[in-house]
Design a protein around this ligand. Sequence first.
Ligand code: HEM
Length: 127
Amino acid sequence: MGYVLLKLIHVGTVYITFGLFLARGIWMLLDSPRLQDRWVKIVPHLNDTLLLTAAIGMLITGGLNPLVHPWLLVKITGLLLYIWLGTMALKRGKTKAQRSLYFVAALAVIGYIIAVAVTKQVIPGLI
Ligand code: HEM
C-alpha cells in the first residue's frame, strides 16, 4: 500500500479517535450509561489499531526511522501518554474530579501530538 493512502487512513482515523474520545469523555462527565455500550468498548480499539498500523506502514514505506526524526519519537511517546491518560480518564480514575483532570490532560496531549505531526517539530511553533 502506498504512502499517500496510508497517510489518508492515518489522518482519517485520527479524526475518528479524537471524536470518539471526546464523546466518551463527555459521557463520563455526564455519568451516561452509553459509556458502557458494547460498540463503545470495541470500535475505538479497532480504530486505534488501524491508526497505529497505518503509522507503522508509513514508517516502513517512507523509510522513516524515529531515531533519526525526533518528532516521530515524540509522537510515539505522546501516543503512549495519551493511552495512559485516556484509561485513567475513562476507567481507572478514582473520583470524577480526578477523571476530569485526566480527560483534560489527554485532550492536551492529543492537541500536542497533532501540532507535532503538522509542523514536524518537537516544539511546534519554534520555527
Ligand atoms: C506511533 C505513533 C505515530 C506515528 C509513528 C506517526 C507517524 C506519522 C507520519 C509518518 C506521518 C506523515 C507525515 C507526512 O508525511 O507528512 C503522520 C502524520 C500525521 N499524524 Fe501521526 N503518527 C503517530 C501517531 C499519531 C497520533 C496518535 C496522532 C493524533 C492523535 C497523529 C496525528 C497525525 C496527523 C494529524 C498527521 C498529518 C500531518 C499533516 O498535516 O501532514 N499521529 N504521522
